[in-house]
Design a protein around this ligand. Sequence first.
Ligand SMILES: NC(=O)C1=CN([C@@H]2O[C@H](COP(=O)(O)OP(=O)(O)OC[C@H]3O[C@@H](n4cnc5c(N)ncnc54)[C@H](OP(=O)(O)O)[C@@H]3O)[C@@H](O)[C@H]2O)C=CC1
Ligand SMILES: CC(C)(CO)C(=O)C(=O)O
Length: 328
Amino acid sequence: MELKPRVLVVGGGAIGGLFAWRLSLSKDIVVSIVCRSNYVEVKSGGYMINSAQFGTAVYRPAKVYQTVEEAVEEEGPYDFVVVALKALPNIYDSSERIAAAVGEGTMVLVFQNGIGVEEPFARRFPRAAVVSTVTFVSVKQEEPGMLRHGGFSMLASGVHNVESGMMAQAQAKLQFLSDVFVSQGVSSIIEADIQPYRWQKHILNGSTNPVSVICNGASCQEMAKNGYCRKLLEDTMAEIFVLGKKVTGKSFPGVDGIVDPQSATEYIRSIPVPVYTSMLVDSQCKRPMERDVILKNPIALADKHGVDVPHMKALYAMVTMIEEGYTR
Ligand SMILES: NC(=O)C1=CN([C@@H]2O[C@H](COP(=O)(O)OP(=O)(O)OC[C@H]3O[C@@H](n4cnc5c(N)ncnc54)[C@H](OP(=O)(O)O)[C@@H]3O)[C@@H](O)[C@H]2O)C=CC1
Ligand SMILES: CC(C)(CO)C(=O)C(=O)O
């Protein structure tokens, strides 16, 4: 009997739980997951999922592990490793956390938000295929193991680095996984150059996430409805459009009809259910925020390319001080 490809999802929070669930519904693939603070709940009762797109379900993963090392010892090596940890390079190196699971032929898919998130993986695994996956989705873990997902899920992936001569093989492998996602209702596309998609996603992440923290709890819709706050969002988005085009040398793909700052705030206003950003949730829970990949890395690129980003710099200063205030 031919062995089925095996996936290890590292980080069984909102994104990890949701996408492990969709993959697990396919008979073509075997999915295991590494959980940390919600290990006991997921191991005993699985995930309770409430999804506007897919309905409600209980997902009991075939295998739940507490550490990557434990997973590798029991069933490694893996064909795919999905990285669904928060990207917090100022606190830990995500690539180090998955290193034990990356062997000969493992494809690493980086599902994290932000700019420059692939670099630690490319540095640590120069011979592996590292894929950058941009996730257009909204999902939250409300209680340990309880996920609430919105009405859509879209993935855009592209090979970030691969050993010389191995590109065709990597593309075929990525296509296989993408097809599995599509078979389970997740939109999934593959792009030769994924960075314009990453920057497209960043229009919302780089603006609404930090501004919502400073606004002390506002939803994205509330921010986009207030004239002054909308202007702040649009000015920040304008910097991201200019910077992203300069860095990638390309226009953004225009996902969700977002082609400029004004269409972005119109889009936000049109979302029927209140959206609270992940950075806001992290700040309210007094957890570290993904401020480096959301703001610091783009600011470093702006300095390198000579692009003026005063709003991003001001937002970075403020969220950094807010975080220092509650972690001190
Ligand atoms: N949620 C969303 O709608 C979206 C999120 N993203 C991005 O996806 C990434 C993941 O976000 P999200 O799922 O929301 O975050 P969560 O905090 O819900 O999930 C991250 C999970 O990783 C776990 N984790 C951290 N370190 C380890 C470790 N060493 N071993 C095992 N597990 C570990 C955390 O455990 P613990 O609870 O113990 O900290 C947590 O369960 C982020 O980059 C985010 O920006 C992108 C698009 C949308
Ligand atoms: C909902 C959205 C798009 C807000 O920027 C997001 O991705 C996040 O909260 O991290």
